[in-house]
Design a protein around this ligand. Structure first.
Ligand code: G
Ligand code: G
Ligand code: MN
Ligand code: NA
Length: 254
């Protein structure tokens, strides 16, 4: 209850901000996208990471308002950056289970794009594999409608959620994000190498972009390069950064 009251205040006073983590093309090193990750600027406790409040917000329903803010903010930033001449192709926003289950998500995304003059092709929505596969039949129509807005769709935490391969083919998805639990031990775990290899091959055969998350070591990049993984995201390149530092990073890595 306390958390709920504090979150209500945080929503009213807009005590949130976004950090941005670069997504890099493995072959060229170019920064092609960024994942937007929310933080709560608590007046007394300081910066609170999403894992400490998103789960509460999901169960209280407050995720709807937070998610709406995140979407608007990410589109606003993308639109501003492009107007300022930054050549970033995509900003990715995490969509929670509850958000996806509300019928209003399509309208919300449409409105955010229109209000911020954000080009639809510069917005990517990340949906976790477990959310998608909870009832994939109900998801097809909604994803088709989202896709029709011109945005792209990525499956987050891929490999952890028991995907039905027949649904994967039907869903209008653009990208698979290999979960960082598989990437972490690539150097030492033959099973993780096999799973990662299989996900990359699956992505290729379904014509999906594949990105590896949680890349921290050059040795992981070597393996991913040898398997022809296209994109990488992780601390090796950069942690999620506040806007100013992210834009500085973009300038340095042109
Ligand atoms: O930034 P960090 O690695 O601490 O994020 C932890 C988790 O919080 C990740 O699983 C991420 O997907 C989730 N998360 C971050 N930002 C958002 C957001 O804006 N909306 C939702 N629903 N989840 C987010
Ligand atoms: O679940 P999702 O993919 O949205 O999670 C993104 C989270 O992963 C963010 O909280 C981010 O801080 C974290 N993250 C990003 N790169 C790395 C990394 O290289 N190592 C680790 N351990 N976490 C990472
Ligand atoms: Mn994500
Ligand atoms: Na993930």
């Amino acid at each position: 209850v306390m958390m709920m009251d504090e979150l209500r205040e945080a929503i009213e006073k807009q005590q949130f901000l976004l950090h941005f983590q670069p997504q890099v093309c493995l072959t060229t090193g170019e920064v092609i996208g960024a994942e937007a990750l929310v933080r709560w600027m608590h007046p007394e406790k300081g910066l609170i990471p999403p894992n400490d409040f998103i789960p509460y917000a999901e169960s209280s329903g407050q995720i709807a308002q937070i998610g709406e803010w995140v979407l608007m903010e990410a589109c606003t930033k993308m639109s501003e950056w492009r107007a300022q001449g930054y050549n970033l192709r995509k900003v990715a926003v995490n969509i929670s289970n509850q958000q996806l289950r509300r019928k209003s998500l399509v309208m919300l995304v449409k409105q955010a794009l229109a209000d911020t003059k954000c080009q639809p092709e510069t917005l990517e929505l990340e949906i976790t594999e477990s959310t998608l596969m909870q009832n994939p039949e109900d998801m097809v129509e909604e994803l088709v409608q989202l896709k029709a807005l011109g945005v792209s769709l990525a499956i987050d935490d891929f490999g952890t959620g028991y995907s039905s391969l027949s649904y994967l083919k039907q869903l209008p998805i653009n990208k698979l994000k290999i979960d960082r639990s598989f990437v972490r031990d690539l150097d030492v775990d033959e099973n993780d190498r096999a799973i990662t290899r299989a996900i990359i091959a699956l992505g290729k055969s379904l014509n999906l972009t594949v990105i590896a998350e949680g890349v921290e070591y050059a040795s992981q990049v070597s393996f991913l390069a040898s398997e022809q993984c296209e994109q990488i995201q992780g601390y090796l390149y950069s942690k999620p950064l506040p806007e100013e530092a992210f834009l500085a990073y973009l300038k340095e890595h042109k």
